[in-house]
Design a protein. Structure first.
Length: 378
């Protein structure tokens, strides 16, 4: 047999090393399996009231409700010439100007791999500093009196035109207070290693502090409004990781926010980088934080779909079922005596648009229960 030259042997060794290292730590996420349809009466789920098809839960009732399978838009989700129309002021924010979020990104078509020593951790090596531009849209209702202090709602993944339309009708009907809506775009990407994931899935007060110190002053100056400092007049909302972010904002800063609205909240293990104080990310809300912490002054509206997400990535840690996560949230909120309303939507996927079109006006009305509304009927 002919012996290989030293150069050939070196090239062969280099090729073997390259091939064994190639898959390494980060890789493209596998195709997501179709989530199974869950039955709201599954053993272990919360007991919930079945609603007639096409109807919503009462806006003044706490507890658990099942709606669907039909999801028709609520009347207030349709623009009407007969109600006063708010104005929308828009501006952008650059990462270079932020001391809280200077910007990161994960390389395209990469994700990560579970830590071999801990399946609850995801190792991501393709995340790096990167700039972003953030879009912000501010809804100012026609009824707002310049110079007065107003309540407001902060929403994730903006601009949210559906929210602005709903508020036009609800404010005109005196079902919610005359409020400002601040719809903040994310810093791009999704999940672990991305700017959006860092902002929305991190279990800390950092995002609320970013909003307070960097976004709200711009809102006041750009839209010429004054925002209340009263936490009872401040709400947060969002869907998916934007939903868990909404609760994170209020949980870590209840002196800033008392009202939370979430669609398909990502109360799962998606935090990155890992934090030993909350090693399971937002799964910790129902696993440890809410059960072991004295009740906070929060009012919460939540929704999940029967075909919501289930293990959408490479982790198999039993902490990536959105339905179970939201069901567990309802359990622990009830046990601690919170004012909350939980809606399980039949025939609905993740952050289902039709469900939002059906429920958003009622959800907002529930959210603002107990807050003074000028001209409201009592």
């Amino acid at each position: 047999m002919k012996m290989k030259s030293p150069l050939v042997r070196l090239l062969s060794i280099a090729l073997v090393l390259a091939l064994t290292a190639a898959p390494a730590i980060s890789q493209a996420p596998p195709a997501r399996p179709t989530p199974p349809t869950r039955d709201p009466h599954t053993p272990g789920y919360v007991a919930a009231k079945e609603l007639p098809d096409g109807t919503n839960a009462p806006p003044d009732a706490d507890g658990n409700f099942i709606l669907g399978p039909t999801h028709n838009p609520a009347p207030d989700m349709q623009p009407k010439d007969s109600v006063p129309q708010g104005t929308v002021v828009e501006f952008t924010m650059n990462s270079a100007d932020s001391k809280f979020f200077p910007g990161i990104a994960r390389d395209p078509n990469t994700f990560g791999t579970p830590d071999p020593t801990d399946p609850a951790k995801l190792i991501v090596t393709t995340s790096h500093p990167a700039p972003y531009t953030r879009h912000v849209a501010v809804y100012v209702p026609k009824q707002y009196v310049p110079g007065t202090v107003a309540p407001f709602i902060v929403g994730a993944d903006g601009p949210d035109r559906a929210l602005f339309t709903a508020l036009d009708g609800l404010i005109a009907e005196h079902r919610v207070p005359v409020m400002i809506a601040i719809s903040i775009g994310n810093g791009s990407g999704d999940a672990q290693g991305s700017e959006r994931g860092l902002e929305y899935d991190t279990m800390s007060g950092r995002y609320a502090e970013f909003v307070e110190q960097e976004v709200l002053p711009l809102v006041e100056s750009q839209a010429h409004v004054k925002l209340t400092k009263d936490p009872d007049g401040r709400a947060t909302m969002g869907g998916s990781s934007g939903g868990s972010c909404a609760l994170i904002m209020a949980w870590y800063h209840p002196e800033l926010y008392h009202r939370v609205l979430t669609y398909s909240g990502t109360y799962v293990n998606q935090q990155w980088p890992s934090n030993p104080q909350t090693p399971h990310g937002a799964w910790e809300f129902h696993e440890h934080l809410i059960p072991t912490t004295p009740a906070k002054p929060l009012r919460i509206w939540m929704e999940v779909g029967d075909r919501d997400l289930y293990n959408p990535n490479v982790m198999r840690d039993n902490m990536h079922d959105w339905v179970v996560a939201n069901e567990e949230m309802a359990k622990v909120l009830a046990a601690k005596g919170y004012h909350y309303q939980f809606v399980f939507a039949r025939n609905a996927g993740h952050t289902d648009r039709a469900v939002k079109q059906q429920t958003l006006p009622e959800a907002l009305e529930y959210l603002w229960q107990g807050y003074p509304i000028a001209g409201a009927k009592h």
